[in-house]
Ligand binder design. Sequence first.
Ligand code: SAH
Length: 325
Amino acid sequence: MTPLERALRERIAAEGPITVETYMEACNAYYYATRDPLGARGDFTTAPEISQMFGEMIGAALADCWRRAGSQSDAIYAELGPGRGTLAADALRVLRSAGFRGEVHLVENSPVLRDLQRQMLPDAHWHELVDELPAKPLLLIASEFLDALPIRQHVAGIERRVMVAAGGLAFERDGEIIETSPAREQAVSAIATCIAAKGGLALIIDYGHARSAAGDTLQAVRGHGFAPLLASPGEQDLTSHVDFQSVAEAASAAGASVTPLVPQGEWLIRLGIEARAQALSSAHPEWAEETQRALDRLTGREQMGELFKVIAIHSPEWPIPTGFE
Ligand code: SAH
């Protein structure tokens, strides 16, 4: 039995079943606080860990919008759940070369990952919560962050909970599931409120669907595959698909503008990732094959290109970020 499972069983014995939301929050807090989950030897690989091209395209998109908005000197680079800091380092290289001198603010609650981020970005500022970000124009990126925030599940109008059964943890009820995520809506609302008041843009990249719909999308990921949801609490990543309709609605309600949702592959191609791959391959022929493989993984329909999607939230006063028309 994992240490977290022991704690959860004691809690359920004392207080009764816990909601899926409480379960997911407890599992991920423990999981991220105790390890670096990324990469071949971890549990999953994310886009910035596949190739520097991913962060560079994001840096170029942020730099372009910032310049067209007038290159405000008080704008900050902000990232939610920066993992190892790879994306930030790649994006900031491009932003710095475009003349951006702003501060770097990272929202991260894992001490293990903060340490890794500090090695990459020694001058950054760290925050526990999204609403602790300074009230400044934002150049913000959240890549595979929202999917890790907890969701609620309802079956026939009743909130789904986790109980202790004979064989271990079990769900109380099954049936058609409706998912919602107050935690995600709150995070989106906080950044959209800041953007509406102070300017800036946020790029949200994650897997998910364009329209709210019924269905169970909660999953556990371990060792690069799916695992049983209740089997090893705290030792596997719990995630669910992001409902981009509710993301867009939360951002609009806070007064920000929202772009259409674009598949990651199409967005990266519109931004010029193929030319970047070509340039990298010419400069480093010894890595050409690897560069091509990375390009395929990031943009291929059967790979990340179609499942992952990008939406931008921006100030009505700022131009529409590139790649969304
Ligand atoms: N964006 C990175 C890492 C994605 S993994 C990449 O694409 O490689 C999810 C990240 O979000 C991790 O850094 C994790 O520690 C962080 N995270 C998860 N839940 C969080 C929360 N509630 N508050 C702050 N950070 C959180």
